[in-house]
Design a protein around this ligand. Sequence first.
Ligand code: GDG
Length: 464
Amino acid sequence: MSRVIVVSNRVPLPKKDGAPPTGGMAIALKAVLKKQDGFWMGWSDNEMAPDGPEPTPREDDGINYQLVYLSKKDLDEYYHGFANSVLWPIFHGRPDLAEYSEARRAGYYRVNKRFAELLKPLLRDEDVVWVNDYHLIPLAEELRKLGCTNRIGFFLHIPWPPADIFSTVPKYDTLLRGLSCYDLVGFHTDYDLSNFLECLARQKQGKIVKERFHEAYGNKFRCGVFPISIDTANFESLAENAARNERLQETYARIAGYDIVIGVDRLDYSKGIEKRIVAFRHFLRRYQPRVNKTLLLQITPKSREIIPAYKAVEKDVAELVGCVNGEFGTVDSVPVHYINASIEQSDLAGLYRKARIGLVTPLRDGMNLVAKEYVAAQNPLDPGVLVLSRFSGAARKLDAAMLVNPYDTEEMARTMEEALALPRRDRIDRWTAIMTVLREHDVYKWCGDFLSSLNEHRAGHSNE
Ligand code: GDG
């Protein structure tokens, strides 16, 4: 069996404070490397790998890593700069938040070139390389320049925007050309794929040469839709066990008598946290009997705090929480419990299970794994209801959720009320329909589908 080499910006080693990584991709891809030979290459903010010509090998939790060193300049320009202050906002439909500079773009290409130079000597001919996410779009092009003929796949974990939005990235054409150097380019949804193909078409690129093969910039490659998922069975038992945990039982006792509405998101403007809190306030104003009986538990680990747009959302969320708690709080309780930190995964699973509503309302999201985890964590005999944004990738397959427009405050408030009032029979029907999807399409299927598609055909980058 050929080795799988996973490459991503960051490796999923525990953070400096010992906290487990919270990104969805980390949880998913660790599962692959536990089952298959290979290694994971990327940056670790925990380890000071030497700024030398070779990456540092590391083994943790049964997985081999190759750690890449990034200097402060690299981080400023490539990671916080081009990747997270240009590509992230634009790909999430927020070009107004993009902070572009030529230096940032140069840093992005410089770091991708370094990743290629470090990776190439470690590759064996039969290795399959799986590159993840927007930080590393140009990696295959850089590897090909070094003579690499391996199969290389790319998966985008965030949305691909409509062509008009995409073309606000300065010199966007080089990103499209970079993607054409892969053998396979994968997206979460058919919307993302069709947006991408429209971008190629506007560049007069991307004609279909053979069934499912595209030709652009003189390269042939395949595209596909691979919706990421969770380890469904594992999450079900995690939640079931967590609910029996003594510490959590105490928490349950303290919140007994309240209907819990849960939100779990990295602190990010794409997640719609502010609009969600405003909608919750509207819900309390409009459905008075719910006041003092409903708690919004918002768990929000800090993220990318160095970037001004993230500082702004942190301030806005804190202010809104204060406003709502000021308006509806009593001496004994407040309606919004806001945790601006990461909590343990088993606690998270146990809290999902206790919540009557999983409120997952991003303004734009590639997939959103929280939506899937919430459903998998429910008690099958008395499940809560998933209220899900139409603008999450998850909504494409989970249409048994109560779908909402996160920009429509009144609809969100009304849907919360409907969800809380939903008879048990209807909740079980919705839960069963979603679980049928999640049991069939778990993270192993996602990995398997992507890798078998990558193994299936050579797209024309080899010397064969
Ligand atoms: C990107 C895309 C796509 C969150 N808080 C805690 C915690 N989490 C975990 C959740 C979940 C993960 O983090 C978040 O995953 P999402 O998918 O919801 O969102 P992103 O981080 O933005 O991920 C997204 C994903 O990549 C995969 O392709 O779905 O669209 O944006 O697993 O449970 N985990 C723990 N404590 C927390 O406080 N332990």
